[in-house]
Design a protein around this ligand. Structure first.
Ligand code: NAD
Length: 484
C-alpha cells in the first residue's frame, strides 16, 4: 500500500509531546502515512499571521486533504482569529464528530455506560459571526441556518449511525421558540430520517434534552444538533465521560478533514512528559478510518483499551486502587505499542472492519437545488432607533407618513408586540420593529419599500435595518411577534 501524505502540526504547549507519542504508536501499528509537517499556532500568530497559519501551510493541507493537528495556544490580546474557525470555513469542514465513551471501572466516572457520539454542525448558526450594534442599547447577531448545510449534517449523522452500527439518532433544537431556523433543522431531520427506517429517531428540545443527556447519557447514541448547542453539549459529554484528555474529534468536509484532540495546549503541563496523549490518539484512529486504514485503527484502539484496562494511566486519570502505575506521555505510548495485536479483556473491543472488509467511507451526495418556490414580497419590517416614548406616538408618526399602499400592522420591542395592544409593564428599549404590510394583500414592489424608508426619513425616524417580508409558495417566510 502506498503511503498516504498527511499534514501534521505539532502545535504548542503539550502539543509536540503528545503528537510525537501518537505518531510513534501509529508507525509501530503499521499506519501507511507520510507526515508533512507544517507550522501553526503561537509562533505563527506572533509573526503577524492573524489566523495562526501561513499560506504555505494552508497549501499543504489543500494538497494532502488530511490534517492531523495538535492543540495550539492562542495568544492573549485582540486581533487574533481562531485557527480552528478559519480552517473549518476555508475547507468547508461542515461536520464535527466527537465520540465520547466512559471506561468504567478503569477510569473514574459517574456514568459507567456512556457511549455517545455528538455530531455538531460546524459552520453555520451564530458562528457566522455577523454582528452589529444598531442603537445605543441594542446589539445583534445573525443566526443563519441553511437548507444545504442542514441536509448535509443530518445526512452525515444518519450515515455515521449506519456505518458504525448505531441504533438511534437524536436531534436537539429549540424549535418551540425559533420556529423558522431551528424548525427547519427539525423538519429536515424528519425528512431525511425517513430514508433510514432501521434507525430509531427522536427529537428533544435542547434544554430538557441536555438535562436528560447529563442525567442518563446511556439512553443516547448519536446526537445531531446545531453549531452552538453542539459546542456546549460536546464539551459537557466529553467531561462527564471521564476526562477532557480522552476524547478526539473529527472535522469533516467534502474534500478535506481535520483530526484533533478536544482539549487545548495545557501550557502548565508542557515539556514535563505528563500529558495524556489519548485524545489526540483517538483523533488519529478516526483519521486512519477516514483514509481507508481501518485495520490499523482497530489494532491501535484495542491496544489502547487494553492499556487502560491494565492500569497504565497518566496523571489525569490515575486513581490509587484502580491504576497500576502512573506513567508519563512516552511510557503510556510505549505501553500501547506493547499491547498492539491484543484486545481488551473486559471492555468491549472495537471493530472498524465489518466482516473483514474496510469500514464504509462516508460520502454525502452533493446538494440538489430544486426549482425555486414562488417568492412574493408582501411587506417590510423597518427597525428604528427611537428613544423610548409611548408606542402610540411612534405609530402616529409612521401612519402620518407612509404611502397608502402600505399599512402599519404591528410595532414590537425586543420581539414583544407593544402596538396596537400594549401593557404598561412591558420594558422598552431604544430599538423598535415596525411592520408594514401590503394594504391590499397584493405583492408590493421594492420601490414601495424605498418610498416607505423616505417617509420615515421625512418624519425624522432613524431606520437602522430592514427585513423584507416574503411569502414562499403561499407560506409566510417570517415569524409573528410575541402576542401578535
Ligand atoms: P486546556 O484544555 O489546555 O486545559 C484544561 C485543563 O485540562 C488543564 O488543567 C490541563 O492541564 C488539562 N488537560 C488538557 N489536556 C490534557 C491532557 N492531554 N492530559 C492531561 N491533562 C490535560 O484548556 P485551557 O487551559 O483553557 O487552554 C490552554 C490553551 O489552549 C489556550 O491558549 C487555548 O486557547 C488553547 N486551546 C486550543 C485548542 C485547540 O487547539 N483545538 C482547544 C482549546 C483550547
Amino acid at each position: 500500500m502506498s503511503k498516504v501524505p498527511i499534514a501534521v502540526a505539532y502545535g504548542d504547549g503539550i502539543g509536540p509531546e503528545i503528537m510525537s507519542a501518537c505518531l510513534h504508536i501509529l508507525n509501530e501499528a503499521g499506519a501507511q502515512i507520510e507526515p508533512r509537517v507544517i507550522e501553526i499556532g503561537e509562533k505563527v500568530y506572533l509573526q503577524g499571521y492573524t489566523a495562526g497559519i501561513t499560506p504555505e501551510a494552508l497549501q499543504v493541507i489543500r494538497e494532502t486533504k488530511v490534517f492531523y493537528k495538535a492543540p495550539i495556544t492562542t495568544p492573549q490580546g485582540g486581533g487574533f482569529k481562531s485557527l480552528n474557525v478559519t480552517t473549518r470555513k476555508l475547507f468547508n469542514l461542515f461536520a464535527n464528530v466527537r465520540p465520547c465513551v466512559s471506561y468504567h471501572p478503569f477510569v473514574e466516572t459517574k456514568y459507567p455506560n456512556l457511549d455517545v457520539v455528538i455530531v455538531r454542525e460546524n459552520e453555520e448558526d451564530l458562528y457566522a459571526g455577523i454582528e452589529h450594534r444598531q442603537t445605543t442599547e441594542v446589539y445583534q447577531v445573525l443566526k443563519l441556518i441553511t437548507r444545504p448545510g442542514t441536509e448535509r449534517i443530518i445526512r452525515y449523522a444518519f450515515e455515521y449511525a449506519r456505518a458504525y452500527g448505531r441504533k438511534k439518532v437524536t436531534c436537539m433544537t429549540k424549535d418551540n421558540i425559533m420556529k423558522l431556523t431551528d424548525g427547519l433543522f427539525h423538519k429536515i431531520f424528519d425528512e431525511i430520517g425517513a430514508e433510514y427506517p432501521e434507525i430509531q429517531k427522536e427529537h428533544w428540545i435542547i434544554d430538557i434534552g441536555t438535562a436528560k443527556l447529563a442525567d442518563t447519557p446511556e439512553q443516547f447514541d448519536v446526537v445531531v444538533t446545531l453549531n452552538l448547542y453542539g459546542d456546549i453539549l460536546s464539551d459537557m459529554v466529553a467531561q462527564i465521560a471521564g476526562s477532557v484528555g480522552l476524547a478526539g474529534s473529527a472535522n469533516i468536509g467534502p474534500s478535506v478533514a481535520m483530526f484533533e484532540a478536544i482539549h487545548g495546549s495545557a501550557p502548565r503541563r508542557a515539556g514535563q512528559n505528563l500529558a495524556n496523549p489519548s485524545g489526540l490518539l483517538h483523533a488519529g484512529i478516526m483519521m486512519l478510518v477516514h483514509i481507508g486504514q481501518p485495520e490499523v485503527a482497530e489494532r491501535i484502539h484495542n491496544a489502547w483499551l487494553r492499556t487502560i484496562e491494565e492500569g497504565y494511566h497518566t496523571y489525569d486519570i490515575f486513581r490509587e486502587g484502580i491504576s497500576r502505575e502512573k506513567v508519563g506521555t512516552k511510557e503510556f505510548a510505549q505501553a500501547v505499542v506493547r499491547y498492539l495485536g491484543q484486545e481488551p479483556q473486559q471492555l468491549r473491543p472495537v471493530r472498524y472492519t465489518q466482516e473483514g472488509g474496510p469500514a464504509k467511507v462516508l460520502t454525502i451526495p452533493p446538494y440538489q437545488r430544486n426549482a425555486p418556490p414562488k417568492k412574493e414580497l408582501i411587506g417590510v419590517d423597518i427597525f428604528v432607533h427611537w428613544v423610548p416614548g409611548r408606542p402610540e406616538e411612534l405609530a402616529q408618526k409612521i401612519q402620518s407618513a407612509i404611502p397608502s399602499q402600505l399599512k402599519l400592522t404591528m410595532i414590537s420591542n425586543r420581539g414583544t408586540v407593544v402596538w396596537p395592544q400594549t401593557l404598561e409593564e412591558t420594558f422598552l428599549v431604544d430599538h423598535w420593529r415596525t411592520r408594514l404590510l401590503s394594504a391590499t394583500g397584493q405583492p408590493i414592489s421594492h420601490d414601495l419599500v424605498i418610498e416607505a424608508l423616505r417617509a420615515y426619513q421625512r418624519v425624522g425616524l432613524d431606520f437602522v435595518k430592514t427585513e423584507h417580508l416574503y411569502v414562499f409558495d403561499g407560506v409566510e417566510g417570517f415569524s409573528r411577534g410575541q402576542g401578535e
